[in-house]
Structures are given as C-alpha cells and as structure tokens.
Design a protein. Structure first.
Length: 1187
C-alpha cells in the first residue's frame, strides 16, 4: 500500500521511526538535515541503565554520495551547532529557525520542570508561580546549553561519511564480527591489475584462437570491446545472461562443436553469393532484367558493366525493396530470399560466439583479479560494499547488527536516489525499525544509473517506511522561473513527465512553490522583463553551438542585467540591478567531449570560461608550498626554512617564525632530511606535520579553507610517496620531479589548464552529471536532445527483469529487452531534463537540434509537442542570434563591485580577504609569450656543442648551475672542481664524465666575461666571496595599490598577468640569486640557463632585450631593485642611489663568453621610478626622503 506523502517541516517533523523525504531541487535539503541534527541533539533522550540521557553527536550517522557532499553537510552541521551554542551565550543568531528551535526546547523543558516543582515543592513549602517559572526556565536553559556544549566539544567525532567510508569503518572497527583481516589495504585504482589479467587472457585465448574463427569474427572481436565488457563487470554490470556458475570453455572441443554449424552456413552462403555474382557477370542477362522496369533502368543501367557494384546496389534495395525490384529481378530475389535467413543464422552464430568469449573472459579475469587482491591483502571500493553486504545481509550475524546499532542511534542517508539495492539492504538490515532513520533524496534527480544508482530501490523503500514527506518549496529560483518550470514539466494536467505510463508506483512531478517574500528578483533585457525559459531550434549541432555562443555574447554585451530586491536607507524594499557577469552563466552539456569546443568558441570572442573537472592537484598552491618544504629539507638554509614555514600549511606569521628557536628549528629540519633519506618522504613530511601541529591548525574551525588545504596536502604526500616508491627516486630527484610537474603541466598531460584566479569571473562549462547539486543564475544547454539510442553504441546497459544491471551487445538487444531498455533510458533522460532545468535561478536558454528523424526516441520531443499546442507562461520559442561582427567581451569594473553592503564594511572585508596576499614577481607578471628558439645545425666548438646541444634544458640544469654559482669563489678557481662534483652528483649523476670538464670551462667563461656598466667594465673574477650575498631572500610590506598605479609608474614594459582590479596589498616576497659589491657599488645578479638558440649570435644584445620583454623580467628587476634599495637604506648610513647602486645583471649563461659581453644584460633603473615605486608600496614615505 502506498504511503501518504506528508508536507515536510524541519521544525516539527517527528524524530522517530523510518522516514523518506522527497526533496525537490532547490528546496534546502542540506539545510533541513542540519536542522534535524540540531533538534535530535536537543530533543531526543534514550534510556540506558535505567536512566535517560541525551544522544551524542558521535551517535548520529550521516551518509551521503560524494566527498564534496560530505564536506558541505559537515560544514553546515558544524555551523548550526556553533550558532545554536552562541545563541545560548547571548550572541545574535541570524537564523530564525535555529532561534525558534532553541526557544521552543527551553520552553518545553521549562514547562516540565515547572510541573515537577508543583508536584514536589522544595522543603515541603509551596513556591510562588513567578519563582517557579524563573527556576524552571533557568534549569531548562542550562540543560540546552550543556547539550550544545557537549556537541560542540565532540564535533570532530561527528560521523559524516560516504557509503564507502562507512563500510570501511564498520569492517575495520568490527573486524572480528566481519571476519576481516587487520592487514587489508584499500586500493583506489585496480586498473593496472585488471589490464594485466586482460592481457594474459588475450595472449592465452585470443592470440591462439584457430585461424578460421579469427576470420569468422573479423570486425567483431577487438580488445577495446573486450576491455569495456570487463570494465563494466568490475563496475557491477556483468555481460548479458552471464552465469558465474557456468563454464565457458575456449578449448579445441568447443571450437570443433561450433564448426559443425558455422562451416555449413558459410559454405551455403558462399555458394549462393557466387551464384548471384555469376548471374550479374552476364551482361546480356542484366540488360534483359533492367529493361523490364523504367526505374530499374535509371538505378541499375549504369552498373551493367560492374557486377560487384550492381550486386551491392541490389542488396541495398533489398533491405526495403521497392515494387519494381520483384518485377525486374525475380531470379535474384529467389536466391536472395534463400540467402537472407542463412546470413541471419550466421550473424546469430557470430553474436553468440562473441557473447561466449565475453563470458569466458569474465569467468577467467574476474576470479584472477580477486585472487590477486586476496594474495596481496587489497580491497577496492566496491569490495567494501560487497563484503559488508555479505557479512550483514546474507549471513545470520546478530552480533554485528547489535554492535552497529549500539554505535549509531540516528541515521541520515542523503542522496538516497543514488543508492543501489545492496547499499539499501545494508542500511535496512543494520538499522531497521529500531533506529531513527531518515532517507533523503529526490527520485527526479536519479541520473547515475551508469554508476549503479537504482531508482527502483528508492521507490520500493518508499513503500516500507513509516512516514513519507515531500519538500516542495523552492528557495533557489525566482517566482517567475518556478512558475515556468511548473508549466514546463506539467504543460497539461495529465502529462506523463517522467514516462511512467500511469504507473502509480513511478515518479511523478509535484508542483513547487516559492517561499513567502521571495526576493530573488528577475532577469532583464534592455531593462525589460525577459522570458525565463527560451527554446531555440536549429537544423544541426553545429548551428546549435553557434546559436548558444551567440546568446552568451548577447547576455554579456551589457544588455542583460539581474535585478534583485534590497532595502534602501529608509528600510524600503527596492529593485537594484547589475550587469550579468560571466560567472553568472553555466553551460551544461551531455558529454565531456562537448566542453572544449564550446570553450574554444567562447575564447574567440574574449569570453572567459572554465571547464570544470580538469583541476589537478599539482596546480594547487599547496603543491608549491610542499615544494618549499622539500627545498628547505634539502637545502637546510635558514632562508629556505623560513619560506617553508611562511605558508598556508602552517599558518605561521613572520613574527611566529622569528620567535622560533633557531637551534631547535635547524635540528628538526636536519632530522627530516635523515628521515627522508632513510625512511622516505612520507616519514619526513608527516614528522613536519606533527612538529608544527599542522593538523591542529588546519582542522581548527577558524582556519579558512582548512579542510581543503589538508586534503590537498595529504594527496600530495601520497603522490610523492608513490612516485618515490615506484620510480626509486632519490630525494633530489623527487624534489625535481615535483618542481617540473608544477612548472610544466603539459608534461603531466594537463593540456587545458585553467587559471584558478580567473574562475570566479568565468563562464562555467560542465556536464549535466557534474552539475547536480549546483546552481547558476543563468543556465544554457544543448543537452536536452537526449536519445534512447544513438546508433553508435556496441553495448547497452539495462536492468533485466530480475532488477540486475547487465551489459548487452547491440546485436542481442531485441524484442522485449529492447522495449525495456528504451523505457529505462527514456525515464532517465527525462530525469536529466529535470536536473538541467532546476539548476537555474533566473533563466534557462535551451537549444535543440531538429536533425534527427527519430524524435520518438528523444526525451525532449514530448515536451516540445506539448508546448507547440499550449505554450506555458514564461516559456518562449526564440530565433537564433548571431554574434555581431567584431564583438569582443570586455570585463567591466562595476561587475565586481559589492553594493549590497555598507561601504565601510565592504572595504574592511575586501582588505582582509581579497587584496592581502603574498606578492611576488611571478604573481604580478604576465605569462610569457610562446617562443621557439632557432636550432642550429652548425654546433661550432666543442664547448658550443655542449651548452647548446648537450646541456639539458629545464629546471634540473637551472638548479645545478645555481648550486655551483652559489658555492664557488669566482676569483679562486682551485676549488671549482670540488663544488662541480657535488652539484653534478646531486642533479646529474649519470652525466658526470661529460658535465664536469665542460662545467669547468663554463665557469671560466662566466668568471671572466666582461660586464659593461655606465661606470666602466669589470668581471666577476674581481669580486670576492665576502662581498656577496647568495640567494638573498626578501620580504617587505606593500601598501594597497592597483594596476593603473603600477602601469603609470613603469609604463608598458611590465605587463600584469592578473585581472584583479580591486588592487593588491600584502607581503612582497622574492629571492635574488646574488647581491654583490664591486668598487663601492652594489649589483643585483640573476642567473638564467634559458636556451635562446643554438648559436652565439642568439645571445646578442637585441635578442636579450626581446627575452627580457617576453618574460617580463623588467618587472622582476624593478622589484629586486626596490628590495635592494630598502635593504641598503637600512645598512648604509648615507645611502645615495646614483652613487651606491650599480645596477642589475642578467647572465644568460649559455651565451656568456670570457672577454666578451655576450649573454649579459645590464640595466640601471632610473632613480625616479624606484623612488616612486617605494612611495607607492610603502606605508612610510619617509623611507625615500634620504635620496
């Protein structure tokens, strides 16, 4: 019997029994779960040892689908508990629901305590009613406060997990009850093991298959299809009709049995084919046949002298024979009618043979992989669910059930529509009727069938719960958009929205409403209202994409604006509008391969966009900061250590670092180095984490983005550990690998990297599946034309009559199976339409192709038909737009202004969160332009051949040369060999014999090259070690400034990379390779191992100037000069810029030659620019008054 659907109210819903909540899109599901958790902590008592006690936060289990959903739910629960506790301490609580819950619980408890005082007065004396009420109220407040304080104290022990992490926890914690080995490892990727076993199967069975069968299966049997079948099997979708208890031999006896039927068929088919070909080879016969019909003359007449082509055309017509075919070619039709059933029989035999091979592969590879995992003590994610299902649901295991129920008293299963049968049975068996259980989900958003999400499980569960609720108030969208969505999904009263054909147990659309006082506003075009759902039809997908891109351009042209309701100074509600920004737009596509063409099309018009899903861990800031830590461990220098400590990983300030005991700090990093060399990078980095209490800092609720940082940190450590273990890398090699991976993402396969800093002002492009749970102010999509069959698939996944997902070859998908598959795919495709449309806040632009002639298989077709008969309010068909010629998107300054907050608060917030950052040349500089150096075919001298062709390009060589230059004395060549040997052993040990003598010559050239300055010339051989500072690191505070300020001062030589227009401030950081003094003047020197070309002329002055501009080194030396001047002002009593500062040198060492100025770039920035920069960046302008 169907359970009545009740209206859901998080403040009043009973906290008991089993409950199913159907939460339509945008109705505040996560918010409601967090409210229910808060109520449970306050309201529920359980009896234990004869006494009542409250439920602990540790006894509430929250399970959801993805790690991102876990983080969101956990954050919301933590936030609500803190807000509630703060409210009991007199703090202002902005959430009215939380305030109401606390007040209601205090009132309920106070009433109970008041009644107790009346029944049992103290000392037998009656108490006045006002005093009773005060005592009861005070006691109630203390009880509520105590419960919230306890929850706050144990927040870190709250169980918010994915299904896999829950299963893993149960298997580990109750290892005895589940008969689980204590030494099992969780393996996230079994692909390599599966591939190895697949290769073994192919070698042992396919490669040695009899030749006649290889010929029989030509065009059918391929490794790609077999790999897909096996991959689907390990994803829980076995091949059609596969029986694990059946044997599928591929031996000689099997093939002999197959030959008896296939050989006869092949022979008969070959004989009939030859008869037809012989008949078509007789020209007189063909002329006679063709002359029987005029239509035959037109089609077949030109082919009379081409027997093979004639016959091929005949077979094409035979598929759907025209009337003239029988009159013109009765002789051919007689043979063809004999041949057709034989061909069908052979095709069936080939299909069955392929199915047998797939089943055989499954029966061999499946157990082989299982044996491998058992031998090596490994489990994958699916094994976690399978093993818990076996122990809990298929075995009589009351001890395990009791242990789980004792641990968890209340359970929330979020995203329940994405669960499968085994997962549901795990929860139902573990908790059943004795636990408070809330299943929360939306069957209309079940679109993950390919990941085993089973909508039938959701529907069946709804028949067995105590209560069923519906959430149908949409807090996401505007009033107009909500009304239009209702019209879209229910264009007529009897419309079958989700294709369940009047099945009362199916999924049905429920009209949603807007909350009272909805202030979302509206989308305007030319300051007028605009239809919230528009549909544009085009003849093909190319035109669809063009129209979609044109609409994006139109939206961002300035014509469109978003109008929201705000309160003015008088407290009146008024409309306030702003232009639509790129970040307001979300483009949803069906397939991953659809994203990049759209991104490229948008970029042609200067429209920034980001493809979601390609972010790499090595692109994060944490990757760079881990590199700083590795540098510090290897270098052991104080500067490197300080840089490692001044990161978001530790959260240390400059003062914190200065307060560190130098002796202890040095010992620690020395110990990390020993640990790395002896036990690996994992041990070294976790020692660092422990010593500097990284976990405590990052898990502190006050740490901004702490969970994200620690997640990235652990992933990086794991990645480094795997690289070190798999490739046997030394510490130096591992550090260099990380450095290369960060700086050269193409080498890591990240061809389409997105700059993180621009994502917040970009159009988002993602798949429909990826968009679930997200929202966009404006949605654009061409993913509505979802077909049940596309004609290009070799396999289909469908649920058989037993409710089991199977993979079925296209040739076997016929009859009832085909009809069942079409129904299942149509249902899911319609749910996909629901997900697409409900992502929108203000509007949705739909683009549809009219190309297909199989509209009955298109999910959108039924809706289009209904609209054309009766167009709902707010929906309009629209003609396609064209991008105006010469259009380029220009970002407007006002796009990022925050106008809804008082000006003073806005400035304070921006300064603290948006502008203050760690600044550097790399952060400010524009990305270098692409340059392909000329490759010389004339190597010249042996030394030229070495520096231009042998000396490797990249970071390893740069690090090697920096190491040498840092440790040698340019005036004393006797010790050069020793330092070269040390550096080569670290960075290029396999090239020692070649590198060492050549690097000696390189040092000769570097030391005796001529430095030409404004005041004469000299060489590095004239500088001494005691007048040098190597790797001179600086940090100085920078006052708030913006792009225009900097551009005005330094002109067009230093192009800025970032588009931030609110400005920057913070701490400028950098490291100067060498600061040295010569003849009373101080010089900055930067080493460059860059390859500019294969000839010495490529390092002439003109080419150096181009390289300086290409990489924006002009900005770099200005920053270095400011840092040096600030340093010298502090060190010299009477600093004078013209007198004391010599200038800046860039040594492009491949082109440097003794006795020449080749490869050396010299510049001395004008004094007025440096003075102005210091004034711009300094909080104390008095620093520059001395000169």
């Amino acid at each position: 019997m169907a359970v009545e659907i009740l209206n859901f109210d998080a403040k009043t819903v009973p906290l008991k029994g089993t409950n199913l909540i159907e939460a339509s899109a945008g109705t505040g599901k996560t918010y409601s779960i967090a409210i229910l958790v808060l109520r449970i902590l306050l309201e529920i008592d359980i009896k234990e040892d004869g006494k009542n006690r409250n439920i602990s936060i540790k006894e509430i289990l929250m399970v959801t689908f993805t790690k991102a959903a876990v983080a969101e739910l956990e954050t919301r629960v933590r936030s609500f508990i803190r807000m509630a506790y703060g409210a009991t301490q007199g703090e202002n609580c902005e959430d009215e629901t939380i305030t109401a819950i606390i007040e209601a619980e205090i009132a309920r408890r106070a009433l109970k305590h008041k009644d107790d005082l009346v029944d049992q007065p103290e000392d037998g004396e009656s108490i006045e009613e006002d005093e009773q009420l005060a005592l009861a109220n005070n006691k109630a407040k203390k009880e509520v406060e105590a419960r919230l304080f306890e929850a706050l104290t144990f927040l870190d022990e709250a169980s918010v997990q994915t299904i896999h992490s829950f299963c893993q926890q149960v298997l580990r914690e109750f290892a005895f009850e589940t008969r689980q080995s204590f030494s099992v490892d969780l393996v996230t990727d079994m692909s390599q093991v599966i591939t190895t076993q697949l290769n073994q199967f192919w070698r042992s069975n396919i490669a040695v298959m009899p030749l006649d069968f290889l010929q029989l299966l030509a065009g059918r049997l391929n490794r790609a299809d077999l790999s897909k079948v096996i991959g689907d099997y390990f994803s829980g979708k076995p091949i059609y009709n596969y029986d694990p208890n059946q044997s599928y031999p591929l031996d000689e006896a099997f093939f002999d049995g197959c030959r008896s039927s296939t050989q006869t068929l092949q022979q008969d088919i070959a004989s009939l084919n030859q008869q037809m070909l012989d008949m078509c080879a007789d020209r007189q016969t063909l002329e006679m046949w063709v002359s029987r019909e005029k239509n035959a003359i037109k089609t077949f007449g030109p082919l009379i002298d081409q027997p093979t082509a004639f016959l091929e055309t005949f077979w094409t017509k035979f598929e759907k024979p025209p009337q003239y075919l029988e009159r013109a070619f009765p002789e051919l039709l007689e043979i063809a009618n004999k041949l057709a059933p034989l061909s069908d029989a052979l095709n069936e035999a080939q299909t069955q043979l392929m199915h047998h091979i797939y089943a055989a592969a499954t029966s061999i590879i499946g157990p082989s992989v299982s044996a491998y995992k058992e031998k090596h003590g490994q489990l994958c994610f699916d094994d976690l669910i399978e093993q818990l299902y076996q122990r809990l649901c298929l075995e009589d295991n009351p001890a395990l059930i009791n242990a789980i129920r004792k641990k968890f008293k209340v359970v929330f299963i979020d995203e329940f529509q994405d669960t499968d049968r085994k997962q549901y049975e795990i929860f139902n068996t573990a908790f059943g009727k004795d636990t408070v259980v809330f299943y929360i989900g939306d069957p209309k958003q079940s679109i993950y069938a390919w990941r085993k999400a089973d909508i039938d499980t959701y529907l069946k569960a709804g028949e067995h719960v105590d209560r069923k609720y519906g959430m149908h108030v949409n807090y996401r969208s505007t009033n107009d958009f909500i009304a239009a969505m209702n019209g879209f999904f229910m264009p007529t009263a009897d419309f079958d929205t989700f294709y369940y054909k009047d099945n009362p147990q199916g999924i049905h659309y429920h009209l949603v409403t807007a909350p009272a006082g909805n202030k979302k506003g509206r989308l305007l075009c030319d300051k007028d209202t605009f239809p919230v759902i528009t549909i544009t039809e085009q003849p093909n997908m190319a035109e669809v994409e063009n129209a979609l891109v044109a609409q994006v351009a139109a939206i961002l042209s300035g014509k469109y604006s978003i109008e929201t309701i705000v309160k003015n100074a008088a407290g009146e509600e008024v409309y306030e509008s702003r232009p639509v920004r790129p970040s307001d737009l979300g483009i949803l596509v069906r397939r991953n391969r659809d994203m990049i063409p759209l991104k490229k099309a948008l970029s042609r018009y200067g429209i920034p966009s980001v493809v979601i899903g390609n972010a790499k861990i090595l692109e994060t800031e944490e990757a760079k900061e881990v590199l700083y830590v590795l540098d510090a461990i290897l270098e052991q220098s104080r500067n490197a250590i300080n840089k490692a400590l001044l990161t978001s990983i530790t959260g240390m300030s400059i003062q914190d670092v200065l307060n560190q005991d130098d002796v202890i700090t040095t010992r620690r990093f020395g110990a990390y180095k020993l640990a790395w060399e002896k036990n690996g990078v994992y041990k070294a980095l976790f020692s660092f984490i422990a010593d500097y209490k990284v976990e405590n800092y990052l898990t502190d609720p006050r740490t901004r983005n702490g969970e994200r940082i620690i997640s990235n940190l652990y992933q990086l450590i794991e990645l480094l550990y795997k690289q070190q273990s798999n490739k046997k890398l030394s510490p130096v090699e591992l550090k260099d690998w990380l450095s290369r991976s960060i700086e050269d993402p193409i080498a890591e396969g990240d061809e389409y990297e997105q700059r993180v800093e621009s994502d917040d002002q970009s159009v988002t492009i993602m798949t429909v599946h990826k968009s679930k749970g997200l929202q966009f102010n404006i949605v654009l999509t061409h993913a509505m034309d979802l077909m049940t069959q596309n004609g290009h698939e070799n396999f289909f996944v469908f649920k058989n009559k037993a409710g089991v997902d199977e993979v079925i070859p296209a040739d076997l998908l016929i009859g009832e199976d085909l009809e069942q598959y079409d129904t299942q795919r149509m249902q899911e495709n319609r749910r996909m339409l629901y997900v697409i449309l409900t992502r929108g806040v203000y509007a949705c632009f739909i683009y549809s192709s009219t190309y297909s002639n199989k509209k009955q298989h298109c999910a959108f077709y039924a809706f289009l038909n209904a609209f054309k008969e009766n167009l709902p309010e707010g929906i309009r068909f629209m003609e396609p737009l064209i991008v105006p010629e010469g259009f380029r998107y220009k970002r407007k300054e006002k796009d990022i202004q925050i106008t809804s907050t008082p000006k003073k608060d806005t400035v304070s917030f921006v300064l603290l969160e948006n502008n203050w950052r760690k600044l550097s040349y790399t952060y400010l500089a524009a990305a270098p332009s692409v340059h392909s150096p000329y490759e010389s075919r004339n190597p010249g001298s042996t030394y030229d051949q070495f520096v231009f062709q042998v000396l490797r390009r990249g970071n390893i060589t740069g690090n090697l040369l920096h190491d040498v230059f840092e440790h040698i004395s340019f005036e004393q060549s006797g010790a050069w060999s020793k330092e070269i040997q040390k550096a080569v052993s670290r960075y290029a040990p396999h090239d020692a014999a070649l590198y060492e003598p050549m690097l000696l010559e390189l040092l000769e050239h570097t030391s005796f090259a001529t430095i030409k300055t404004d005041n004469g010339q000299f060489s590095l051989s004239q500088t001494s070690m005691d007048k040098r500072l190597n790797e001179f690191e600086f940090d100085f505070p920078v006052h708030l400034f913006n792009r225009s300020d900097l551009s005005t001062l330094i002109g067009d030589k230093a192009v800025l990379q970032t588009n931030h227009s609110l400005g920057w401030e913070g701490m400028m950081n950098g490291k100067i390779d060498m600061l040295f003094e010569h003849s009373g003047k101080y010089y900055v020197l930067d080493w460059k191992s860059t390859y500019l070309g294969g000839e010495l002329s490529d390092y002439a002055a003109r080419n150096l100037e181009q390289e300086m501009s290409r990489h924006n080194y002009h900005l770099q030396y200005l920053i270095y000069t400011v840092a040096t001047v600030k340093y010298l002002i502090e060190r010299l009593e009477d600093f004078d810029y013209e007198r004391d500062f010599g200038g800046v040198l860039y040594y492009f060492v491949r082109g440097v030659r003794a006795g020449s100025g080749s490869g050396i770039y010299f510049v001395k920035p004008p004094e007025n620019i440096i003075a102005s920069l210091i004034a711009l960046w300094s909080t104390k302008t008095s620093e520059i008054t001395d000169y």
